[in-house]
Design a protein around this ligand. Structure first.
Ligand code: PEP
Ligand code: MN
Length: 331
């Protein structure tokens, strides 16, 4: 970003005003009295509010920014409407459910518990991306139907992951919010197909993806017709096996506060352990997350996938009560 000053402007005062906006400016002076500031932060490019604040400073003549790489993402307001239910930083929510939808009765138990706690959305995997081909791969389209029926019985909305292009149309019929898994964040053919359904999308971050790559994946969805993208931080690959992944709270704050996005955090996949789920969820909400996605199973010891990180219904009830005390959760 280049900020040009009017002749005779108070460069020092403008530089300190930029510092108050959190921007570090390099000064260039052509020796004929034309002063320009060069601001390197990529974040400043993305944030229209910041650009307008700079343009309004006394003595600033013009603000030039390179063409935005993801204009549709930048234009998102931080608030996403899913079949009439609005999620935003001011209206935070919890989305809970099993890693895999295992049976109609399993998802019914979870839907009933979620509804009793006042939640509005449940999750559940029908098509499962598993590292090993010998692990449970999900019950597919049947599971989607069980998920939707259970949700309908309790007045809930559903989110479920779509693994391949061939499942997009069935998933868009049954799920209110479509999930792109971490492993598919840059599957551009899938992103195109999902965008075209006209459904909002929850876009998980790739385990080794930069923020810019993540934002551009969101741009693919919006450019193809999606009405809204929620970015879900689920941990990136770290070096320490103490946690399954490294939940990047800095990325949550950057996306929420600098890029103005609606961002979720998934501490279940982000840590892989339930003993620190609550503090991690609190940290993510404090950092600006509009919601938390969490895995719940009526009998975690019998789960067909991700049992060790799943909360039981009793643990989940405690989790929701603790987070509700912040008073920020939407009902
Ligand atoms: C999931 O949410 O079920 C899942 C597989 O998560 P991720 O894509 O973040 O690994
Ligand atoms: Mn899982």
């Amino acid at each position: 970003m280049i900020v040009s000053l009017k002749p005779g402007a108070n460069a020092a005062a403008i530089k300190s005003a930029l510092a108050k906006l959190g921007l570090w400016a390099e000064t260039s002076n052509d020796g004929k009295g034309h002063v320009q500031f060069r601001i390197l932060e990529a974040s400043a490019q993305a944030n229209t509010q910041t650009r307008n604040a700079i343009a309004a400073l006394e003595g600033v003549d013009s603000v030039w920014t390179a063409e935005a790489a993801h204009p549709l993402v930048d234009a998102q307001t931080g608030s996403i409407c899913i079949s009439g239910f609005t999620i935003s930083n001011a209206q935070k929510t919890i989305i809970a459910g099993p890693c895999s939808v295992e049976s109609e009765s399993q998802i019914e138990e979870i839907a009933a518990a979620a509804a009793a706690l006042g939640l509005r959305m449940i999750r559940g995997g029908a098509f499962k991306p598993r590292t090993s081909p010998y692990s449970f791969q999900g019950h597919g389209a049947d599971a989607l139907l069980w998920l939707r029926r259970a949700a309908d019985r309790h007045g809930l909305l559903v989110v479920s992951e779509v693994l391949s292009e061939s499942d997009v149309s069935r998933a868009a019929e049954l799920a209110h919010l479509l999930q792109v898994g971490s492993r598919n964040m840059q599957n551009f053919a899938l992103l195109r197909a999902l965008g075209k359904t006209g459904r909002p999308v929850l876009l998980k971050r790739g385990a080794a993806s930069t923020l810019e790559e993540w934002l551009l994946a969101g741009e693919h969805l919006l450019a193809n017709g999606s009405p809204g993208v929620i970015f879900c931080e689920r941990g990136i690959r770290g070096f320490d096996p103490s946690t399954r992944n490294l939940l990047d709270i800095g990325a949550v704050a950057l996306l929420a506060h600098v890029h103005g996005q609606c961002v979720f955090a998934d501490p279940s996949h982000g840590t892989g352990r339930k003993d620190i789920l609550l503090p991690m969820a609190k940290a993510a909400l404090a950092a600006g997350a509009a919601g938390i996605m969490v895995e719940v199973h009526p009998r975690p010891g019998e789960a067909l996938s991700d049992g060790p990180q799943a909360l039981s219904i009793v643990e989940f009830t405690h989790f929701v009560h603790e987070l509700s005390q912040s008073g920020e959760l939407a009902r």
